[in-house]
Design a protein around this ligand. Structure first.
Ligand code: ATP
Ligand code: MG
Length: 565
């Protein structure tokens, strides 16, 4: 069952399902599955598959299983099984059955025996290298293995002994006997079983032979009576094999449908490479807010709704392409704009003294919690004589087009008063360390009774009331649109962005944020959306910038600069 009730726009997968429903191919039933291998954490690419698998089943009153595709014991761990379940739930989906391919090891073994008995499978003693050589190429047919014509009895005996652990890893395999001249290389006697003396996260040491993906996936689908089995395009060439096993075994005819993998600019979506980033400590862990994992972007502050809306918008197609990261960020902003309460925070504080404001006076200023949500109400923010503003909001020599605070200029303090800059204090390095202003008491709340205009409104916090915080700002983890674009022999990590994390240790927040719980999200006015990190301590919150607001001034300034290479 999916969390979102609105149907997705039509796509070719949906059309196939509609067609099968019309022809009553599966007795008007829709059963899908999401089949992650528990060898890493789920990422935004998996979210696309999840939204498709669960979303389509839900649309047609069908069911979706979560199935762990755990046929590769060396790379799989319970930690991953747990994180995957957490992430699917977080995205807002609920599975019907929870299964493991390893639940089917006995049945798969029996089916392998059945194929041997039917003369459709044989034990091959060739090494992996020799098998590859015999396989031929796209233009040349393969060559039969000398073991291809073994007798049924010998095959049965050897397969039994493979299972019993008599042979070392890699010494023999079980292969399907199909066609060494097939134009589809996957049909040239593919390997069904390999010997692997490895402990499995669920079956322990019971097995030392493990089925290959192609001999496990379709049959698992079939056992679960999956009607539509969606997978990514690289499996298109495997579909004839998927169907071949189902036909030979005369089992439930699940239907494989391929769709395009999600590729995102500036983003690495290979689990193997994400694992490398974790193991080599380029990031703090699978849930580092720079990671494209669901646990990473959750910690960063992305919402499940934003991810689901994004997946709906990108749809599915039959050719691989690449989606702009900016599109994902658009959906995050769009969702947070509706739900995130506003707050005032200053990331690089500059002290402002309002000289004509009474020494010990504190006023509570009314602030709107969310202009997009009338039910969100208002709160009070203290204002006093000494404030902090953003360093970027003051320029001693303002360039043309810069309308924020500068000597002689009047600006509006958001929800506060109009203030005019009267002077600055500098240190020995000629840096401005304090700005002096006067305020107009007639402009409380930022109103101008005489209707005079000010061009700029800036945010602030009261120095005496501010909370100290650490704020983590992020850029893309990679400097290249395609993080895998490297020269020969270079590792993709050469494209890591050394500036992907910037820590601001001396941020100042409005006092209402004092006890914000980890995971809560805010819009810091004019700065972007921020989420409380789990590294927060009672005295010192830590905030992650989820995504910036579009900063119009930064854009103007950038445009005026010569392009940098
Ligand atoms: P990797 O090759 O990085 O390990 P995978 O495809 O093997 O990824 P699985 O755990 O097998 O990862 O994936 C589970 C499901 O999610 C599969 O159906 C797979 O096709 C789908 N999936 C994985 N990555 C993407 C992606 N980038 N876009 C869309 N679907 C994906
Ligand atoms: Mg896989």
């Amino acid at each position: 069952m999916a969390a979102s009730p609105s149907p997705a726009p039509s796509n070719f997968v949906r059309d196939i399902i509609l067609d099968d429903l019309k022809t009553n191919k599966y007795e008007a039933r829709v059963q899908t599955r999401f089949p992650p291998e528990p060898n890493g954490y789920l990422h935004i690419g998996h979210a696309k598959a999840i939204c498709l698998d669960f979303g389509l089943a839900d649309e047609f009153g069908g069911k979706t299983n979560l199935r762990f595709d755990d046929t590769n014991p060396e790379k799989e761990e319970t930690e991953y099984v747990d994180s995957i379940q957490e992430d699917v739930k977080w995205l807002g989906f609920h599975w019907d059955g929870l299964f493991y391919a390893s639940d089917y090891f006995d049945q798969l073994y029996q089916w392998a025996v059945k194929l041997i008995k039917a003369g459709k499978a044989y034990v091959d003693d060739l090494s992996a290298e020799e098998i590859r050589k015999h396989r031929g190429t796209l233009t040349e047919p393969g060559e039969d293995s000398p073991y291809r014509s073994r007798s049924l009895e010998e095959n049965l005996d050897l397969f039994e002994r493979m299972k019993a652990g008599e042979f070392p890893d890699g010494s023999r395999v079980l292969r399907a006997k199909i066609d060494m001249a097939s134009p589809n290389l996957n049909m040239r006697d593919p390997v069904m079983y390999r010997i692997l003396h490895a402990e499995h996260h669920r079956t322990g040491n019971k097995w030392c032979i493990y089925p290959m993906y192609d001999f496990a996936h379709g049959q698992s689908d079939s056992l679960e009576r999956v009607t539509h089995s969606m997978c990514t395009l690289e499996f298109e060439d495997h579909r004839p094999l998927y169907n071949w096993f189902i036909e030979q075994l005369e089992i439930f005819p699940s239907r494989q449908i391929e769709f395009d993998r999600l590729n995102l600019t500036y983003t690495q979506l290979s689990k193997r490479k994400l694992l490398q980033l974790v193991e080599q400590k380029h990031v703090s862990g699978w849930d580092d807010p720079r990671m494209p994992t669901l646990s990473g972007i959750r910690r960063r502050g992305y919402t499940p709704e934003a991810i689901r809306n994004f997946c709906k918008a990108i749809g599915v197609s039959k050719t691989n392409g690449s989606i702009e990261l900016a599109m994902l960020e658009h959906f995050v902003r769009e969702d947070l704009n509706k739900r995130a309460p506003r707050a005032m925070a200053v990331l690089r504080p500059l002290k402002v003294v309002i000289d004509n404001y009474p020494q010990n006076q504190v006023e509570e200023m009314d602030a709107v919690n969310n202009p997009e949500d009338a039910t969100a109400g208002t709160r009070e923010i203290p204002l006093s004589r000494v404030l902090y503003i953003e360093r970027d909001d003051f320029r001693e020599d303002p360039p043309k087009g810069y309308y924020r605070l500068s000597p002689g200029r009047e600006v509006r303090l958001r929800y506060g008063y109009l203030v005019t800059c009267t002077g600055v204090v500098k240190n020995e390095k000629d840096e401005v360390i304090e700005v002096h202003c006067t305020y107009d008491p007639a402009t409380r709340g930022g109103n101008t009774p005489d209707g005079r205009k000010v061009k700029s409104t800036i945010h602030w916090v009261s120095a005496a009331h501010a909370i100290d915080a650490e704020v983590r700002l992020y850029q893309t983890l990679f400097t290249k649109e395609d993080p895998n674009d490297t020269k020969d022999g270079e590792d993709f990590t050469v494209n890591l962005n050394p500036q992907s994390l910037e820590v601001r240790n001396s941020a100042k927040l409005e006092p209402s944020l004092k006890n914000a719980p980890a995971g809560s999200r805010y819009q810091f006015e004019r700065l972007g959306y921020f989420c409380v990190d789990l590294d927060s301590t009672p005295g010192k919150p830590v905030f992650n910038r989820t995504v910036a607001l579009k900063d119009t001034w930064a854009k103007v300034e950038k445009k005026n600069q010569p392009p940098r290479n």
